[in-house]
Design a protein around this ligand. Structure first.
Ligand code: TXA
Ligand code: MG
Length: 336
């Protein structure tokens, strides 16, 4: 295949998909690498292009609740969330129906599904009239793309077509909630829909999956529950170090030179005082939505600038901040 073809036509995207070629599509979270759910060869190509192990199941995108019901069993607790948040950045883990190919779910009985709130993606779903698998359009364990150029950067010219929808609205991947036990919903990945908002819908407290469980998952064999929970994930190629607060951080002796020489510091808010190390910030005034919107684009950008290391600080851990800190902890080579 020649140079990557980027364009704005949902019709071209749909015809490439019909021909069995994976296509990158914009969503409101990050770009996805799509293939028709029932085309096993096309689905296999998605695993290959991403370099993703076959034991890591794919997320599926549906037009709406009606299409969801053709591939999954939908408990009434799921309906509550669907009514509140679909189309939108919320992925549900449900029991799948028998028509879903095993390769999609890595042989598991559950399936991850969401309905994206992005007009171009919705248009492609309407043209195809069939669900699409669409994991994030990056190579395995790299940062998720939030603009068409990032897809080219990560997957090169291997993708038949990249449907350009501009920069993604949220900039971090969807919240994942498991409803396999509908009475005990679990948040497997924090995202744009905060845990607090989901708790309001259910009227009860929801436990996020803990670090301890993440550790167990990494060690365990067979299909992963949510391999987005692999500890190392979303990494830039430049070593990334995470600290609580760049103003107060004192590097241990062995890190003093790494912390300064050839380093770039990433502040949450625009720094108030002159710093002696080159720096950037995620949000002018400390807005968490804006920080999420900029996070992956900023990291991608810095990754192409030959810094020896990137030092970034955590953001306040509420709402979208939980999703940002989660991605930072996974991306970091080391946390202090
Ligand atoms: O916002 C998003 O969710 C984006 C856009 C493109 O929709 N997609 C995305 O896909 O982030 P991906 O594959 O990078 O992350 C989906 C996560 C993966 O960690 C996958 O392992 C997990 O969902 N997953 C898929 N099927 C699952 C299942 N049956 N049970 C638990 N986790 C599952
Ligand atoms: Mg991903």
């Amino acid at each position: 295949m020649g140079a990557a073809s980027i364009g704005t036509s949902p019709e071209v995207a749909a015809s490439q998909l019909r021909a069995g070629h994976p296509v990158a599509l914009p969503t409101e979270t990050v770009y996805g690498l799509a293939a028709p759910l029932f085309n096993i060869n096309a689905v296999r190509k998605v695993f290959e292009l991403k370099g993703r192990p076959l034991n890591n199941p794919l997320i599926v995108h549906v037009k709406d609740q009606k299409q969801l019901e053709t591939i999954a069993y939908v408990p009434k607790e799921a309906l509550k969330l669907i009514q509140a948040f679909w189309p939108g950045p919320l992925t549900l883990i449900l029991y799948k129906k028998a028509n879903v190919p095993d390769i999609v779910t890595a042989g598991q009985s559950s399936i991850a599904v969401r309905s994206p709130n992005q007009p171009l993606f919705q248009k492609v779903l309407s043209l195809l009239n069939e669900p699409l698998v669409a994991p994030s359009a990056n190579r395995f364990q790299e940062i998720s793309p939030t603009m068409a150029e990032h897809v080219v950067h990560s997957l090169g010219d291997q993708v038949a077509y990249i449907l350009d929808g501009g920069r993604c609205q949220f900039g971090v991947e969807s919240t994942i909630v498991s409803l396999l036990d509908p009475q005990n919903p679990e948040v497997l990945r924090p995202g744009p829909i905060s845990i607090e908002t989901i708790e309001k819908v259910f009227g009860k407290e929801i436990k996020p999956i803990t670090e301890a469980v993440v550790g167990d998952l990494e060690e365990s064999e067979g299909p992963k529950i949510a391999p987005g929970l692999f500890k190392k994930h979303y990494s830039p190629r430049t070593p990334l170090y995470l600290v609580d607060n760049l103003y107060t951080f004192k590097p241990p002796t062995s890190y003093v030179s790494i912390y300064k020489e050839g380093a770039v510091h990433v502040f949450f808010k625009k720094p108030t005082k002159e710093a002696d190390v080159p720096n950037v910030f995620l949000s002018e005034n400390g807005d968490l939505q804006e920080a999420a919107f900029n996070l992956f684009a900023k990291l991608q950008d810095l990754d192409t600038q030959n810094w020896k290391s990137i030092w970034i600080e955590k953001v306040p851990n509420h709402g979208m901040g939980q999703a940002i800190n989660d991605r930072l902890m996974r991306a970091a080579r080391q946390s202090f």
